[in-house]
Design a protein around this ligand. Structure first.
Ligand code: BGC
Length: 420
């Protein structure tokens, strides 16, 4: 079949028209209701035991952030007037051996990083310090100071952690490193920290979302913030490429929406499509970040794409193939952005079915922040869905939020939520 003709067919199956978006939203609501009432659902709707902050919280604390490619430690100070100061921050690279070895090795490494940070910033370890822990995985919680890992996502697979309280594991590692007075007092998902951080300064914020290596969102249901774990939503029409990616993945059947949206998988999905439609096989080193470079190449000869392909060891690409690759990238990421918009629309209309008031959606994550055109496509799709009412939805890139949020939550644990 001529290449262009088969591209047209592929483009058709990757389409996500308004009609399907509307069905997506209905199914999403139905899964949300099932999850909330404890019935079987692809949306877990996990209680977090965290509520939106009042903006008057004060204090100093440490914050740590685990869940992507890096691990971060920060020292923060909450000031009056809804201001947060970052006193210090350090990034540590997580190696494969850390995320695929034993849980003990992972948490000992993290505790070691915290110790290094405290030494570097001359923080007196004999004094008491509380840590707010942003842990970007699904957790079962009964209070703010504990979190049982339900299962790893995003390629993490440290042994002996699923089913355990990660706060306990880390506090034990901290003790082993000699940090007897430094304790994790609060743990939250990254979406929750993001929502808390943004709503500390903006009261209309009621959704926290991550579009990065993984994807997810949370929102308040009454007082309690609920972690939706939307990456696992599975009432979606899949293309043969989605099925293949899912089948070949580390976790078949899980995180279906995440596999269509997030940075961990978009590159691989594109590679699988390209393998079918383009003569030169794109290597496995092809990443989601490359898609953004490809999509933003507006040069006449697509020379940036050519340079990138050379780096990927494809030395003699044809112009027509480069053009086709650009189209494939745009097709895969456009669908991802439209799916993200559909998920956001589902959450906002769960909170406020007629969009009768203003909603700020705090969003963080590399795909949203860095992928060319991604945020624009989300906004355009929301407009398609809501028309003029979209004016009531404000998407707000909220950087560093997961650390700030963890610090706010740590500073307010004395007001801990009681089991309801
Ligand atoms: C995890 C979520 C997390 C999201 C974004 C997903 O893989 O299951 O808990 O919020 O990634 O980091």
């Amino acid at each position: 079949m001529p290449y262009n003709k088969s591209f047209k067919l592929t483009e058709e199956i990757f389409n996500f028209p308004l009609r399907e978006i509307k069905r997506f939203i209905r199914d999403f609501h139905s899964e949300m209701r099932k999850g909330l009432s404890g019935r079987k659902s692809s949306l877990k709707m996990l209680p977090t035991y965290v509520k939106k902050p009042k903006g008057v919280e004060k204090g100093e604390s440490l914050a740590i952030d685990l869940g992507g490619t890096n691990f971060r430690v920060l020292a923060l100070k909450l000031k009056e007037k809804r201001r947060i100061l970052i006193l210090g921050s350090k990034k540590f690279v997580l190696k494969k051996k850390h995320i695929t070895g034993t849980g003990k090795a992972l948490f000992d490494f993290i505790a070691g990083c915290i110790k290094t940070f405290m030494d570097e910033y001359k923080i007196d370890i004999s004094e008491k310090h509380s840590i707010g822990f942003t842990f970007s995985f699904p957790m079962k919680k009964r209070r703010v100071s504990s979190g049982i890992l339900l299962r790893w996502t995003k390629g993490f697979k440290a042994r002996g952690v699923e089913g355990k309280d990660v706060v306990k594991l880390l506090n034990e590692s901290l003790k082993r490193k000699g940090l007897r007075n430094t304790k994790v007092v609060a743990i939250a998902n990254d979406t929750v920290s993001t929502l808390v951080a943004k709503s500390y300064e903006d009261e209309t914020c009621d959704v926290g979302a991550i579009l990065g290596t993984g994807t997810n969102a949370c929102y308040p249901e009454g007082q309690m913030i609920i972690n939706i774990e939307w990456g696992n939503f599975n009432k979606i029409r899949l293309t043969p490429y989605d099925r293949k990616l899912n089948y070949l993945s580390q976790s078949p059947g899980e995180q279906i929406l995440e596999k269509m949206i997030s940075g961990m998988y978009l590159g691989e999905l594109t590679r699988l499509v390209a393998k079918d439609l383009i003569r030169d096989a794109i290597p496995k080193t092809f990443k989601s970040e490359h898609m953004s470079i490809i999509e933003s190449d507006t040069s006449k000869n697509l020379s940036r794409i050519n340079r990138l392909l050379k780096k990927l060891r494809i030395t003699d690409s044809k112009y027509t193939d480069r053009k086709l690759l650009k189209k494939i990238c745009a097709m895969v990421s456009t669908r991802a952005a439209r799916l993200s918009a559909a998920a956001i629309a589902s959450v906002v209309t769960k909170i406020d079915p007629y969009l009768s008031r203003k909603h700020t959606i705090a969003i963080d994550g590399s795909v949203y922040e860095k992928h060319t055109g991604f945020s624009r496509r989300i906004s355009a799709t929301l407009k398609e869905i809501f028309g003029r009412k979209t004016a009531n939805i404000k998407l707000s890139l909220t950087k560093d939020a997961s650390a700030k949020g963890a610090a706010i939550i740590a500073a307010t644990t004395d007001e801990e939520m009681i089991l309801t």
